[in-house]
Design a protein around this ligand. Structure first.
Ligand SMILES: *Cc1c(COP(=O)(O)O)cnc(C)c1O
Length: 370
């Protein structure tokens, strides 16, 4: 009898899978751990999803998300050929690895074309995508204040590789919340021989974006998602923008029906309701600024954020203890067990009420007035 585990590739045995934030079903839980938007989708979006849920469910959806791509092209003043829609932007990041990066050979040898590169700390999916593909992962440390290092830089023996076939840069970054200037990104993209994916998952909460780089540099892709700013995690829609040749290559290897019909209907209706979302973002930003101020007053070190979350070093007990204590008070935040950020908590900006609850619980724990 064959052992099932003997049927699995060694690479998959060794793989450390991506760990998503928890989605626990605890009644009354204040959930500030996965950067979801506290505002519901626009009423028109919910109506569009309900209207699409009829006998059409037996049919395959539009294979190219044609209407949505036309709407996105109008929004970004480009052509539909510049756009690919994915089952969440995570799918597009995975496709980019498969299109631009050589996997290791069966003997485990890796060529210089077998590198995925990023700054560290950043989105923890990138190293997993590199590992699945068998490629090398080059993580170049950010400065201690999480700004971009001056390049080329040698830190702890790690050099930015200007020939890497694929580099991911989250901008604004997660989990730091820090924004990068389009100017500094442009310098980097222009010097880079391989593809640069600018992952703008949080860009709608920031004062600048780098979309123009995707439309002016043949090696730049900008990835966006409907999950964070558009309150649509549940339906999984993301897209990327770039040169038609890069987009066509990604398009070639994706699943034929990668974006389901309800998701297409919801994303189309989202773009018909943009003023609603602009108001939601303003609410999130004002709550973010309020929470930053109040936590600082309690002695938290809060990094300035351009996203819908903050990274903060709490006073007193360790961040890990805070995670546990807040959880006992039914407030769920995120803590990462990585050396550079172990002293920090990442806290999603919820409603004003949720933020006020967090402040009052923290004040009580510190025996200070809220
Ligand atoms: C949330 C997130 C994504 C994933 O978005 P989906 O569209 O939900 O797959 C990608 N990149 C970063 C940096 C994120 O935080």
């Amino acid at each position: 009898m064959v052992k099932p585990s003997a049927l699995i590739r060694p690479l998959v045995h060794r793989l450390h899978a991506y760990v998503p934030g928890e989605q626990p079903a605890i009644p009354g839980l204040i959930k500030l751990n996965t950067n979801e938007n506290p505002n519901p989708p626009a009423p028109g979006v919910l109506a569009a999803v309900r209207a699409a849920a009829d006998s059409r469910l037996r049919l395959y959806p539009n294979p190219t998300a044609s209407k949505l791509r036309h709407q996105l092209a109008a929004l970004h003043r480009c052509r539909p050929e510049n756009i690919l829609v994915g089952n969440g932007s995570d799918e597009l990041l995975a496709l980019a690895v498969r299109v631009f990066v050589e996997p290791a050979t069966p003997s485990g040898r890796r060529s210089s074309r077998s590198v995925v590169q990023t700054f560290h700390p950043s989105y923890s999916l990138y190293p997993v995508l590199a590992a699945i593909h068998g490629s090398r992962f080059n993580a170049v440390p950010l400065n201690p204040d999480f700004s971009l290092p001056r390049l080329p830089t040698l830190k702890r023996g790690q050099l930015w590789d200007f020939s890497a076939p694929l580099s991911f840069i989250t901008t604004p970054n997660a989990p730091s919340g820090r924004g990068y200037q389009t100017r500094e990104l442009q310098t980097l993209c222009a010097a880079q021989k391989g593809v640069v994916v600018l992952d703008e998952a949080y860009v709608d909460f920031a004062p600048q974006n780098a979309m123009k780089l995707a439309l002016t540099h043949p090696n730049v892709l900008v990835a966006r998602t409907f999950s964070k700013a558009y309150s649509l995690c549940f339906l999984r829609v993301g897209y990327c923008v770039g040169h038609p040749d890069l987009i066509a290559a990604l398009d070639k290897i994706r699943d034929s029906y990668n974006v389901n019909g309800l998701a297409q209907a919801a994303a189309e209706a989202t773009l018909d309701n943009l003023p609603y979302y602009h108001k939601c973002w303003q609410k999130v930003i004002s709550t973010r600024e309020w929470l930053t101020l109040r936590l600082r007053r309690l002695g938290f070190d809060v990094l300035p954020s351009q996203t819908n979350f903050i990274l903060t070093r709490p006073p007193g007990p360790s961040a890990r203890d805070w995670l546990q204590t807040l959880r006992e008070h039914k407030i769920l935040v995120r803590w990462f067990d990585a050396p550079e950020i172990r002293q920090y908590l990442r806290i999603t900006i919820g409603t004003r009420q949720e933020a006020a609850r967090l402040v009052s619980v923290a004040a009580a724990l510190l025996k200070k007035p809220a």
